[in-house]
Design a protein around this ligand. Structure first.
Ligand code: KG4
Ligand code: ZN
Length: 347
């Protein structure tokens, strides 16, 4: 079974062909980073136009590289939300047109489900598993019960963790996207140089044990920098290292809490999975690996190229939906907001 996936919800235009045997036949991606760099973040209108310009070519390339034609496909999967609605519309309209012309199933994919199910594309893995989803727009701990059932244990009260990386990078004068820039610089710095707050750490309140808060951390970075007479290269490295370590402390603490919650509730987890763009951070992966060792649970971090936005994860989520016969109607309306825990049935 072959499915074509399309991803246009943020600043990557991507198309991929994936098989039900977990083989990625192609995963073509064009990043708009250069177009957005001047603004230090993603500009929705600029993004939507750029998707429109390149999507057709990207799809042709994905089919060519996979050595297939539209006639070989058994479904077409596309990110239908959440995300920047202009870009989502571009992808959804194209996918509907192909599905209608070729009379193949149209599969509207929740972008977060794409991230959540990537681990099952990367390796054989049964439900349920615990997921730490850390991207530019989301920071969540979820139990993944099936491709269509998610239980939210906690989320961010303010900024997403990737957003915090991007904003701190901007304060430090680093290039967009901030995550990779900070990770590179952090390797050279002293993680103990700046004492930064760890909001909600060791929080006793059960409802906040798996929650996150990153906006205070960003403000604290700004205040520490303002105290310096002038910022030298070394200060920048030390701040990157201090910030990254603080974020990792917060993420490992909340992940431990979530694992405890699952243990307490007698949920037999098959693994702990980290996904989303921030999951490509090597230091975070190492820290989470240790947490999982302590709990005696399998740790899965998909390859970094599958953690950041890409269409292979969307095609795979399409295969998961197709297996469940959860096919969508061609009048499916794209959703700028679409909480993962609200997905049910063939929506
Ligand atoms: O999942 P993703 O590609 O797009 C969204 O769905 O948001 O995540 C992008 C986010 C950005 O905020 C970026 O700074 C962050 O992931 N990111 C990283 C790293 N690579 C990307 N954060 C920390 N360390 C990295 N190596
Ligand atoms: Zn994403």
């Amino acid at each position: 079974m072959l499915v074509l996936g399309i991803e246009t919800s943020c600043d990557e235009t991507s198309a991929a062909v994936v098989s039900s045997e977990r083989k990625i036949l192609s995963n073509v991606l064009i990043s708009q980073i250069d177009e957005h760099k001047t603004y230090g973040g993603v500009v929705p209108e600029v993004g939507a136009r750029a998707h429109l310009e390149v999507l057709e070519t990207i799809i042709s390339q994905a089919l060519q590289q996979a050595n297939v034609t539209l006639d070989d496909l058994e479904g077409i999967a596309v990110t239908a939300g959440p995300g920047l609605i202009g870009g989502v519309f571009v992808g959804v309209t194209m996918a509907k047109a192909i599905a209608a012309a070729k009379k193949i199933p149209f599969l509207a994919i929740n972008h977060l489900a794409g991230h959540a199910l990537t681990a099952r594309l990367a390796e054989p893995l049964d439900f349920p598993y615990l997921l730490l989803l850390v991207s530019g727009g989301h920071s969540q701990l979820l139990i993944v019960k099936s491709a269509l059932e998610y239980i939210l244990l906690g989320t961010t009260l303010d900024d997403a963790v990737g957003e915090a990386f991007d904003k701190v990078a901007k304060i430090l004068g680093l290039s967009y996207p901030g995550g990779p820039s900070i990770e590179r610089l952090a390797r050279l710095g002293d993680p103990k140089k700046f004492g930064l707050p760890r909001p909600l750490l060791h929080h006793k309140d059960a409802s906040l044990k798996c929650s996150f808060s990153f906006s205070g951390l960003k403000t604290a970075v700004r205040q520490e920098i303002a105290k310096l007479p002038f910022m030298q290269e070394e200060d920048c490295q030390d701040m990157a290292a201090s910030f990254q370590t603080t974020v990792i402390d917060i993420l490992t603490d909340r992940s431990s809490n979530a694992l405890e919650v699952c243990l307490h509730q007698g949920i037999a987890l098959n693994a702990f999975v980290v996904a989303g763009g921030v999951a490509s951070n090597q230091s975070l992966r190492e820290a989470l690996q240790k947490v999982c060792q302590n709990f005696g649970i399998k740790f899965i971090a998909p390859p970094a190229v599958l953690c950041t936005d890409n269409a292979a994860m969307i095609a795979w989520a399409g295969i998961e939906k197709l297996r469940l016969k959860a096919i969508d109607a061609l009048d499916f309306a794209p959703k700028p907001r679409w909480p993962l825990e609200s997905i049910k049935g063939g929506e």
